[in-house]
Design a protein around this ligand. Structure first.
Ligand code: PLP
Length: 382
């Protein structure tokens, strides 16, 4: 038998300015290569507690039940939904793009009776519509996406929480494209559960799903009539490993934690705390403004209305007569990645992330200059 040989790993250097992943902070990348300890080692248990503490700071919460789920962002959202909802429960899901549809799909798979409130691409949902639906028939959960990565629209949090709580519903938020890059204070806002990712504004590679679950949501989880239809994501089991409130440091084996990824998460939250949440949010806003100035100079228009535009993901209308895929190809040849459109917006927009380590004027300017060169090479003039 002959053995195939494969070349050694040699990934190209890229400036990752798409919808995610963004370039991790080099200090996070370095932490991933540190020596391994076991997943029940006292040092690792200490590290788990520190990571949970750091994540509480990032989310702006005192919720004990704050941890990185061993999955990408989708897994954290799925974990929340599968633990909170039981078959037959009502759920109202706001859909302003692809990721809202995904929340509705998850709720349906949990067996919930799902009602959807939808808005056109680029638009947001009116919380009064959620209020009206809940008035007509209560629900256990209202779910929404804070920043919809497919359209660049930012759904205001406060009115959604107010509508849900007025009718006794829990509220959960997908903050995959906002956590660490935009103001989020889970406790002050009253959000009952939220899920995010590592690979966007937190500046780590993909692979973990930071979540936080508040006391009202945990009370519902503990009062379930039946076990959730998932073993891997069962909160009751997961917290025997991650530690229940006030419990000892003795941890029950559940699964082998992705230790190196948790090193990375630990470093990412450590860096975020060192920088300060407000400073980090301001840095993302400055990066966004630098991008908008650059796009103005090139004569490009943003797709998302300015009234509810997120700084972290910038959706650009592709000018008439431009082959958007060719422009992205030319950019990649220059070592720069940006995203294309998804779903209804495929072929019509580009998506540019200003996230994490890249949310900084110099890197944004490098991107704008590369985009200008790619557009010129395609013969486009504003
Ligand atoms: N929700 C939103 C708003 C996203 O942008 C994404 C991914 O880009 C997800 C959920 C899914 O996250 P992941 O790809 O980390 O599973």
């Amino acid at each position: 038998m002959t053995h195939a040989t494969i070349p050694p790993l040699n990934p190209p250097e890229r400036l990752l300015m798409g919808p995610g992943p963004s370039n991790p902070d080099p200090r996070v990348l370095e932490s991933l290569g540190r020596t391994l300890v076991g997943h029940l080692d006292p040092y690792f248990v200490e590290l788990m507690d520190q990571t949970m503490g750091g994540l509480r700071d990032v989310f702006g919460t005192r919720n004990h039940h704050t941890l990185p789920i061993s999955a990408t962002g989708s897994g954290g959202l799925e974990a929340i939904i599968m633990n909170v909802l039981e078959p037959g429960d009502g759920a109202v899901v706001c859909v302003i793009g692809h990721f809202g549809q995904r929340l509705a799909e998850l709720a349906a798979r949990a067996g919930a009776d799902v009602r959807v409130v939808e808005a056109a691409p680029g638009q947001i949902v009116d919380a009064a519509e959620v209020d009206r639906l809940l008035e007509a028939k209560p629900a256990k959960l209202v779910a929404f996406v804070h920043v919809e990565t497919t359209t660049g629209a930012c759904q205001p949090i406060e009115p959604m929480v107010a509508a849900a709580h007025k009718h006794g519903a829990l509220v959960m938020m997908d903050c995959v494209t906002s956590l660490g890059g935009m103001p989020i204070d889970i406790d002050a806002l009253g959000v009952d559960a939220a899920g995010s990712c590592t690979q966007k504004c937190l500046g780590a590679p993909p692979g973990l799903a930071p979540i936080t679950v508040g006391p009202r949501a945990m009370a519902k989880v503990k009062a379930r009539k039946q076990k959730p239809h998932t073993w891997y994501f069962d909160f009751q089991l997961l917290f025997q490993y991650w530690g229940e409130t006030g419990a000892t440091k003795k941890r029950a084996f559940h699964h082998t934690a992705p230790i190196s990824s948790i090193y990375g998460m630990h470093e990412a939250v450590r860096l975020s705390i060192d920088e300060g949440r407000e400073a980090r949010w301001a840095r993302h806003q400055e990066g966004h403004e630098a991008l908008v100035r650059g796009l103005d100079r090139l004569g490009l228009q943003l797709f998302t209305p300015a009234t509810h535009r997120a700084p972290t993901i910038n959706v650009i209308s592709v000018p008439d007569g431009v082959d958007e895929a060719k422009v992205r190809g030319r950019l990649l040849d220059m070592g720069v990645e940006m995203g294309g459109g998804l779903g209804a917006l495929a072929g019509k927009v580009w998506r540019v992330g200003v996230m994490g380590y890249n949310a900084e004027p110099e890197r944004v300017t490098r991107f704008v200059d590369a985009l200008e060169a790619a557009l010129k090479a395609e013969g486009w003039r504003a």
